[in-house]
Design a protein around this ligand. Structure first.
Ligand SMILES: CC(C)(COP(=O)(O)OP(=O)(O)OC[C@H]1O[C@@H](n2cnc3c(N)ncnc32)[C@H](O)[C@@H]1OP(=O)(O)O)[C@@H](O)C(=O)NCCC(=O)NCCS
Length: 280
């Protein structure tokens, strides 16, 4: 971390725990903080020596921005009206950002980093603290929740929801590593980590409470109090169900939803999920 970033860190840590603050000064500090987030200089979480580490101070800074902000009208012309905290305006993109934001009701908040070459199809929303790396595609009705970390060349299909994890500040955000395909209508929540090149079949939901059955390796993965649910690299996960044996489950023929790893990525998967390169 450069000296100016470590100064920023101590200012944010001090401000977010102070009962009284100098408003004008705090706003200047917050502005520098938000700019660093928008530029991808700081992140809510990052991989350090192979492990995802939460930068608690960055999440504290985002929450501080909500505390500091005043409601403001952000209306766009005579037809559309918006009111939000003035500390988190909509990001205005320019040609220099090299992000394709297709017209039609999408928005990216200030404090979200979106790398050049990312494509955003309307309507979609990228929330504060999110980090979306190069070559990724955020399709229509997709959500990249607060602080979510999305890797390179990720395809977030139509209506896929990547939940935000802002509080508590030390809670790990959702992480989607490089080259992952998240199928349509998936939901990835509560700090779940999806390893590089994994594929989530359409409609797969992952939370801290969903055990993940690996038919290939014969294992069941679960989140623990300290660790979120982790999808192994290259896993192909589809929505499945398992019989309920407890209580009157068997008598009533009940089953519960459960994600299942049916295979690890192979050539057939590659063919099935290939993206038309010319669209980029
Ligand atoms: C997961 C997916 C990529 C298929 O991968 P694949 O490697 O081609 O998988 P296969 O066809 O070899 O299937 C492996 C097994 O899983 C089953 N399976 C595959 N997809 C499944 C699904 N979505 N739900 C339930 N079972 C599924 C297959 O029936 C097969 O089981 P079987 O051998 O017992 O018949 C595909 O189902 C999928 O969901 N693609 C994403 C579609 C999408 O959302 N596109 C959005 C573009 S905007």
């Amino acid at each position: 971390m450069t000296e100016s970033l470590s100064q920023l860190r101590s200012s944010i840590e001090r401000l977010s725990t102070s009962a009284t603050i100098d408003n004008a000064k705090a706003r200047r500090t917050f502005h520098d903080f938000r700019t660093a987030l928008t530029r991808g200089k700081i992140r809510a979480a990052e991989k350090v020596a192979g492990r995802w580490v939460v930068n608690t101070w960055v999440k504290q800074g985002i929450l501080f921005g909500f505390r500091l902000g005043e409601l403001q009208e952000m209306s766009d012309g005579d037809v559309l009206s918006f009111v939000d905290k003035d500390t988190f305006p909509v990001r205005r993109l320019t040609l220099a950002d090299r992000v394709r934001l297709v017209p039609g009701g999408s928005s990216i908040r200030e404090g979200a980093y979106v790398a050049p070459s990312v494509i955003c199809m309307p309507p979609m929303f990228i929330n504060v603290g999110a980090y979306v790396d190069e070559g990724s595609m955020i399709d229509s009705h997709a959500l990249v929740g607060s602080c979510a970390q999305v890797g390179k060349r990720v395809h977030l299909s139509a209506a896929a929801q990547i939940g935000g994890v802002l509080e508590p500040v030390n809670a790990a955000p959702v992480v989607i590593e490089d080259d992952v395909l998240i199928g349509g209508n998936c939901g990835v929540y509560e700090g779940t980590r999806v390893g590089a090149r994994a594929v989530l079949g359409a409609g797969t939901i992952l939370t801290r409470s969903t055990p993940l059955y690996d038919l290939v390796r014969g294992e069941i993965y679960r989140a623990s109090a300290e660790q979120p649910l982790e999808v192994p690299e290259n896993a192909v996960v589809v929505p499945g169900s398992r019989a309920v044996k407890k209580g009157r489950g068997a008598e009533w023929n009940l089953s519960l939803y459960t994600p299942v790893i049916v295979k690890y990525r192979d050539e057939k998967t590659e063919r099935g999920i290939e993206l038309e390169e010319w669209l980029r």
